[in-house]
Each structure stands twice: as C-alpha cells, then as structure tokens.
Design a protein around this ligand. Structure first.
Ligand code: ZN
Length: 461
C-alpha cells in the first residue's frame, strides 16, 4: 500500500536536516517544497519515499526538541503566529516552540505536530540509530533488496504449502543471522563481505529446500493411493482421470477437477476428514462444496470451501503427514477460495478484530453528519459560495470506511479490509497479526479526514 504523506510529515521532511543528503534525498526534499510535489516526483522517487518513510520520520523527529521556558503558550487574539510553521494548519489554542538541533531553526508549531514529533520515535525503525547509521542502513537496503525481501516477507509466507519444521527452523536461523549482520553493519559500520556471502548462500539453501519440498508434495505419485483408489471407485472413467492427473505433472487443474463427480467425492472426503479431526467438523453442501465448522475463542466459525478447491487440494500435502494441527489444516483449506457466508461467523471474525484493536488502544470513531457539517461551515465562514452537505453522500462515504482512533490520530479501514484482518487473526491464533497490519496503516489527523469528506462533498451536486 502506498504510504500517505500527511501535511505534518511533509513539513517535517522539508524543515529537517536528515533529507539534505545524499543528493537524491535532497532532490526529493526540494520537490516537497513545491505545491505540485505529487506531480513532479518521479516513480523512482516515490518508491524511495515508500521504502524509507519510517526511517525518515524517525530521524527527522529526533532532530527536534522543546525549546524555551514558556512553552506551550496560549494563542492570543492578536497572536503574530496564526498557523503551525511545520504543517501550515491553523493554530487552535496552544502553540509550542521547538528547535532543530542540526539547523538551529526555531519554529512555533501546533499541538498536533508537537505530539507527533516530540518524544515520539519509540518503536519506530532505527530509533536508536544516529543519522550516519540511518543513511548506511538506507544504502544497505537499496543495495541488498533480496535480503530485505527475505526479512520482510519470508519465503515461507509466500509458499503454497505449510512447510515442514526443518525448513522453518533453517529459515529462522538465516533470519536471525541477517538481523545480527544488519545490526552489526549499521552500528559499527564495519563491512564484512564474506559474511554477506554466507547469508546469501544460506538464503539460497532455504529456497532450494522449499523448491524440493514443493516438488515432492505436488506430484500425483505423492497423493495417497487411497485417494486415487477412491476416485476410481466413485465413478466410471476414474482410471482415465488418474492418468490425466499423472500426465499433467500431478496437477489437478480446473479441467480435470470438473470431470470428478463432486457429490460422491465430497461425501467420501468429508467422512474421511471427520474421522481424522476432533475439533473440526466437515459437512457437504450439495455439489457446491463443503463447510468446515470450528470453535475458536468460544466462538463458532463456519467456512465454505468450493468443490473445485477441495478437489484440487487432493495432492496436498500427500498423506497429511506434515499437518500438525487442525489449525494447519484450516490454513491449507482457506489458503484460497474459501468464503465466509455465515453471518454469525462474519460477526465473530469482526469481534476478534475489534478485541485486537482494543488491545492496541484503538477505539472506533464514527464521524457524524453534524461533525462534518460544522467543519464545512467553519471552513467556509468567509466564502459566499457554500457547499451543500448531502446526507446521502455523507452516509455512503461513512459506510465504506471504519475509523479507528488512537491518541489524536485515525486509521481508516474499509469494511473489506476489516474482514480480512479478522480472518488473519483467526488463523494466527494470536492477536499479533492484525496489530502488525494496523501498524502499517497510515495514521491521519481528524482535519485530514474531514478535509477528505469536504472534498468529496464538492462532487455531490
Ligand atoms: Zn502542524
């Protein structure tokens, strides 16, 4: 997802020292000064912003600290400062004086910017790095994209199958070596190419092991002969189907799946599965597929899996030897194509997501029509041409988004995304996953959201 640069972040990048070198970053900083910066940034520059956004925020924030004895100061009627000197939004009740330790520049900023900037780097990437170390890290990232992609989406996350423990363990070792190396590299600055070569060779070993595993898991010779026998017994022409699978390198493609008689197959499949798993219940839905019911966190979840998916999963994972728990099996079956049609399950998935938000101190905030109307009328106090606030328009926009508030910031999640979060939370057996995803969402201020509503209202008439 493209990171959204809010006004405060843009002001921070412009005013701080960090982006003044190397020259590629300085070029971006200069473009950010211009009002049409979105138009003049190149694709490469946008990628650079996306890749380093968090590091830049961390480093720039670290340059600023509170300055002077009378701080904050109440805004007076005839105050010389009317706008925040960082984000240029109107100051409301208080202003803060801050100083940059690199450029010595002193600014008056609003409460919003102050809260975002001062003492707010904890937990961010590179919070412990100085500027030189942070630049080295940026450079390392650019020069070693393979390593970074290995760290950020590990190979097993991209794999089609649940991987056996020996691969997962090896992968975990490589990851910890990479982290150690990066830490060492960034902090001490002493480069060791031979170490880097070792890491690359270990990454390659993990890739080869995964490739081998997938090759062994997929071909029809690895389908348990029980399944093959069943297909043959279930229908005339069963042998020919097994031959086609074999000729197709063991893959049951759509065409082959369509020749397998769904209903009797599904009944066999479900019987077999029900005797295998205590905490999952399998049922047949006519020809269309199966349902899997499971309890999690005292709540019931019903997932529908279409026939084609059940059948094409036949080859996985051989005799199910590598599946360790019903959770693993759910992962396999819901890997693709599974849907949630049961309204209780949808609600339960959302409940789990909400609980997760609460743990991260996010609370839901529903914007009201009154709030939006007030914002618009205040904004247009001096204008003669007023915006007409359409209730319908507001409602349709509000329905599409769900806002979560943490501190003074808001995260905008659309309803589809929320459901996805719930799903991932269920699979992970923990609340960690959705926390991570939430952390990746852009945090925006209330004014930005209201501004969004405002812009949207312009098209209402
Ligand atoms: Zn500001």
């Amino acid at each position: 997802m493209r990171k959204r640069m809010d006004r405060s972040a843009r002001g921070l990048f412009i005013k701080s020292n960090y982006l003044r070198s190397p020259k590629e970053n300085e070029c971006i900083r200069k473009k950010l000064l211009k009002d049409d910066y979105r138009k003049i940034l190149t694709t490469d520059e946008n990628t650079r912003i996306d890749d380093n956004f968090e590091m830049w925020i961390t480093q720039c924030r670290k340059e600023w600290s509170k300055f002077g004895r009378h701080n904050p100061v109440k805004i007076k009627k005839d105050d010389p400062e009317t706008h925040c000197q960082m984000c240029h939004q109107k100051l409301s009740s208080k202003k803060y004086r801050v100083k940059n330790s690199y450029t010595d520049e002193i600014l008056w900023i609003g409460a919003d910017c102050f809260e975002k900037i001062i003492n707010n780097v904890e937990g961010l990437l590179g919070a412990g790095y100085n500027q030189e170390q942070a630049r080295k890290f940026e450079l390392f990232k650019r020069e070693n994209p393979e390593i970074i992609s290995f760290v950020s989406d590990k190979l097993s996350d991209n794999a089609l199958y649940i991987l056996p423990k020996y691969i997962m363990d090896h992968e975990a070792n490589v990851l910890s070596e990479i982290r150690k190396y990066v830490k060492y590299h960034v902090i001490s600055g002493s480069d060791s190419n031979s170490k880097l070569e070792d890491i690359y060779s270990e990454i390659n070993k993990v890739s080869v092991r995964i490739k081998n595993f997938i090759q062994r898991s997929n071909p029809v010779k690895n389908i348990s002969s029980d399944w093959a026998k069943q297909i043959i017994n279930l229908q005339a022409g069963g042998k020919r189907i097994i031959n086609s699978i074999s000729e197709n390198n063991g893959e049951i493609d759509k065409n082959i799946a369509s020749r397998i008689k769904f209903h009797p197959f599904l009944v066999q499949y479900v019987n077999g599965m029900n005797s295998k798993w205590n905490d999952l219940h399998f049922g047949v839905r006519g020809n269309s597929g199966i349902t899997i019911t499971t309890m999690f966190d005292n709540k019931t979840f019903v997932i529908d899996v279409p026939s084609e998916v059940v059948i094409s999963k036949l080859g996985y994972p051989g005799s199910f030897n590598d599946v360790n728990s019903s959770q693993d099996l759910l992962n396999v079956l819901t890997y693709r194509g599974a849907t949630v049609n049961d309204s209780d399950t949808r609600r339960n998935l959302q409940l789990i997501a909400f609980e997760s938000f609460k743990r991260s101190h996010y609370s839901r905030h529903d914007f009201s029509l009154g709030e939006v109307t007030k914002y618009i009328s205040e904004r247009e106090r001096q204008m003669t041409d007023k915006t007409h606030v359409s209730k319908k328009r507001f409602e349709s926009k509000a329905r599409k988004s769900v806002f979560y508030q943490v501190g003074n910031y808001y995260v905008d999640l659309n309803v589809d995304e929320l459901q996805q979060f719930g799903m991932w939370t269920l699979e992970s057996h923990k609340f960690m996953v959705s926390d991570t995803l939430l952390a990746q969402q852009a945090k925006v201020s209330k004014d930005e959201i209201l501004d969004d509503f405002y812009q949207d209202m312009q098209f209402a008439n």
